[in-house]
Write a protein that binds this ligand. Structure first.
Ligand SMILES: [Zn+2]
Length: 840
């Protein structure tokens, strides 16, 4: 998805820098299906120590907001199957006609269709009535409808199909010409009926699943009734209860927990009560204490992660980082971002005042911190120029590295960190640096700032602000409310939600696999795993078969590509170990959580994450470790593992339902699967071989032809614009290649399925005049029905590797001839341009 996403506050991170909720930072989730999938821990803006990311280090500032207004009904109740006859396959799209091919139907068919329409209407009326009576938390119950079991029909009449059909109908806007704007056609009805709820900045069809998942988790968490503190699920419950704070401990403590930490760090001059003794300025010590004792960020990012050139091993990786606003542009383009910069200063000042600072002094000091962050922004490379993974890989020994970036004693720095796991780091230790130029320039900036006492104070304030910004979200409500100032400027909404939703998300981010065990017990059905495997195999086969049609590939590279596609491993649903209590408890053995100690629980979590991360240095890479928790509504591809992963959270409506027609499942979930699979061959993924190692396995001439094809996609998307702002085709290239390849592979896989002799029938949905192939495309597009504030749209265009929703639909379908064939779009119409782009 708009390539967005993150990892633990400790070290590992997704390429877009979103922190993964997993307490185990092992998996570096590189390419996510969705934008800002997981919310950063606690703070909507920030996670503890910025995770290592190849894009701008601030991607973790974004989180998908969760709504509190409405619930989506996930109808998984048991349904009957009709015994339908094969559908006529050559029906054409005809605007304004309710049932295609009416006159070609037999009398019996017409009677049946009328009956179906009447039943559907009755269901819709009943549903609406119940919704009106019971309010937004109503979970519809499927109707007691029994079809004539012996009658053949190509229409699926299960309750799940009827429910899905009504959702599809309500989202469509059939006054729009699908050949002119397929997104408006598929989503116009939904957009009209779904204004962005108060407090949200984005709202989409699958916001509902996230809301429903939160409700499920809350219900499960509140059922846990043991206080056995060796039990992982009990730890999650204790953590959640401390966050909910029914006895108002957090409120009573106010600013104290954070002020105590600032004291331990040597004090901050704008908070006189923290200055126990006049400390000598020592950046090395301050940085070590902040990063290595509390696992918080500052100046740069580092992590223990898979070695790109030897993906079975781990290595220490250093990268640029240290900005607190989402993009470098926020600092550098002062005119366009004045509102954000003003809000940032107000927010910083507010937090400092809440901690006890004088307002005037705080404001003046924080202006200097913004100036310093602007210096960092200036030496930060934009993400669109960091897409060549080979170019990012710069190995050094620590001894060599010391000469490149002498502002720190690196041996001392790493030994300080690794003392947590009793490991020494010799200066011969090999490290990989993704941004050497950044560190050379950082050395110059730090030298300049170390000269006067005034500038040293700015550096101290920058570090103390890193600590305050991260940890203030674990304090009382007034601190959390302060973030609204910045949120509003960045996203156009304050991001308000009920506290239990905040705490559910927070608990899932901290102890996500224990929460995941509860989640899958409540909602996950095993057959989704089996069906998912079958779909992945079909899509992989369709992708491989298509390689033969690509005349830009030489035969040797094509063969290697087939081998790589075959070698892609997949994980669906959840890791099995979470249902084995002992193994799950062992994972969280070293995490201590206590009742009524929300702030300290978070400090404990930070240290726990750091420790897990550091331990990996001497361990082989565990290829079965998950980088997303089971309830996450997202998916990812990890190039170093050559692996695609689909958590249980996404295997739900509108993406998947075992009782829905296959065309609906392939259009939604199948395209997600194809998307992740294609990431293995996008502009970044293609640089890794089938073992997950950065290694050139392509012939040069083929690489040149690939680049030419990719340029076509880059230009196509750069020509699109929203609110007068052009999309960034370079930054979103990998995601767009994946979107295009994913749609094609899934459509072809579906065609294979529907034409196979084992397929009794290609079911379609009742009440709709579209054939099953047309429904495939409608189902694909409707996943993206969504609305965003102007601010959020601007932010997504500037920051995200995922294209905005509308063009995630329009881009791929206008490149796919098969779409235009199905909807009879004339050549030259907007959805069927003469000139098309194709990579995979
Ligand atoms: Zn993606």
């Amino acid at each position: 998805m708009a390539s967005v996403p993150p990892e633990t506050p400790a070290q590992s991170a997704t390429p877009d820098g979103t922190p993964t909720p997993s307490p185990d930072p092992e998996a570096v989730t590189k390419f996510n299906f969705l934008k800002q999938v997981r919310s950063a821990r606690n703070n909507p803006f920030v996670k503890a120590r910025p995770s290592l990311t190849r894009e701008s280090s601030t991607a973790e500032l974004f989180s998908r907001e969760n709504s509190s207004t409405d619930f989506f009904q996930n109808s998984r109740l048991n349904l009957f199957e009709t015994a339908p006859k094969p559908e006529a396959t050559n029906q054409s799209y005809a605007k304004g006609v309710s049932f295609i091919g009416w006159h070609q139907r037999t009398k019996l068919e017409r009677v049946l269709l009328i009956l179906i329409a009447a039943l559907l209407l009755a269901v819709l009326l009943t549903t609406s009535l119940l919704l009106a009576m019971r309010g937004p938390s109503y979970l519809p119950v499927p109707p007691c409808y029994q079809p004539e079991p012996k009658e053949a029909s190509s229409v699926c009449l299960s309750s799940s199909c009827i429910y899905t059909a009504s959702e599809v109908i309500r989202a469509l806007d059939e006054t729009q010409d699908p050949c002119n704007d397929f997104y408006e056609f598929a989503c116009g009805g939904w957009i009209r009926n779904n204004p962005i709820p108060e407090g949200k900045s984005t709202w989409g069809i699958f916001s509902n699943i996230e809301l429903q998942n939160q409700l499920t988790i809350r219900y499960a968490l509140e059922k846990v009734n043991t206080t056995d503190n060796t039990d992982a699920e009990a730890k999650a419950r204790i953590y959640y209860d401390a966050c909910i704070d029914t006895n108002e401990t957090i409120e009573k403590l106010g600013e104290k927990p954070l002020v105590n930490i600032i004291k331990k760090l040597g004090g901050w001059h704008i908070l006189p009560s923290t200055m126990i003794k006049q400390p000598k300025f020592d950046l090395q010590k301050l940085l070590q204490d902040v990063q290595n004792s509390y696992n918080l960020g500052g100046l740069f990012n580092w992590a223990v992660t898979e070695d790109d050139r030897n993906s079975s091993k781990h290595v220490i990786v250093l990268d640029q980082g240290g900005l607190n606003l989402p993009t470098r542009d926020n600092y550098l383009n002062k005119t366009a971002h004045k509102k954000v910069l003003d809000a940032y200063l107000d927010y910083m000042t507010r937090v400092c005042v809440l901690l006890g600072a004088n307002k005037t002094e705080a404001r003046s000091q924080m202006s200097k911190v913004i100036q310093f962050e602007t210096e960092l922004a200036n030496i930060t490379t934009p993400s669109e120029e960091r897409r060549d993974e080979e170019g990012l890989y710069n190995p050094y020994t620590i001894r060599q590295w010391q000469k490149e970036a002498p502002f720190l004693n690196w041996t001392m720095f790493f030994n300080d960190a690794f003392k947590l796991v009793n490991r020494t780091i010799p200066d011969t230790e090999r490290i990989v640096v993704y941004a050497p130029e950044y560190f050379r320039n950082l050395t110059k900036v730090i030298r300049r700032y170390s000269k006067t006492e005034d500038d040293q104070k700015t550096l101290t304030s920058y570090m103390m602000w890193q600590v305050s910004r991260s940890l203030s979200t674990y304090l009382s409500k007034s601190f959390r409310d302060a973030t609204k100032i910045l949120r509003k400027a960045l996203f156009g909404s304050e991001g308000t939600e009920e506290s239990w939703r905040y705490c559910v998300t927070d608990t899932n981010n901290a102890i996500g696999f224990a929460v995941g065990a509860m989640f899958v017990r409540e909602v996950f059905h095993g057959e989704a795993k089996t069906q998912g495997e079958i779909m992945i195999d079909n899509i992989r086969n369709a992708f491989k078969r298509n390689l033969k049609n690509l005349d830009w590939m030489d035969s040797e590279t094509r063969e290697a590509a087939e081998t790589k596609a075959d070698a892609i491993t997949d994980m669906i649903g959840f890791p099995d170990y979470i249902l084995h209590k002992d193994e799950l408890n062992k994972q969280y053995e070293e995490l201590q959580v206590k009742p009524n100690e929300y702030f300290d629980n978070n400090i404990a979590f930070n240290v726990f994450s750091l420790k897990n991360d550091l331990k990996k240095l001497d361990q082989p890479v565990n290829k079965t470790k998950w980088g997303m928790t089971p309830s996450t509504v997202n998916a990812y591809y990890t190039p170093t593992k050559n692996q695609i992963v689909f958590p249980a959270g996404i295997l739900q409506l509108p993406f998947y339902d075992g009782d829905n027609p296959k065309c609906v499942n392939y259009g939604a979930m199948g395209v997600v699967m194809g998307h992740e699979l294609t990431h293995a061959f996008d502009d970044q993924g293609r640089e890794y071989d089938r073992f997950g190692n950065l290694n050139k396995w392509w012939n040069n001439a083929t690489i040149a032809r690939f680049k030419k094809r990719a340029e076509c996609i880059q230009k196509q998307y750069s020509d699109y614009s929203v609110d007068g702002q052009h999309l960034n085709g370079k930054q979103t290239l990998g995601e767009n290649i994946a979107d295009n390849g994913g749609l094609k592979a899934s459509f072809h896989a579906y065609l294979d399925y529907s034409s196979s002799k084992d397929t009794a029938v290609n079911l379609t949905l009742p009440g709709l005049k579209y054939n099953h192939r047309q429904l495939f495309f409608i189902s694909f597009a409707q996943v993206w029905c969504s609305a965003m504030t102007k601010e959020s749209t601007k932010m997504q265009i500037e920051k995200d590797d995922h294209t905005v929703a509308k063009y995630r639909v329009i881009g791929p379908i206008s490149n796919l001839k098969e779409f235009s064939d199905e909807f009879h779009c004339p050549i030259g119409s907007k959805m069927n341009p003469k000139h098309k782009c194709e990579v995979w």
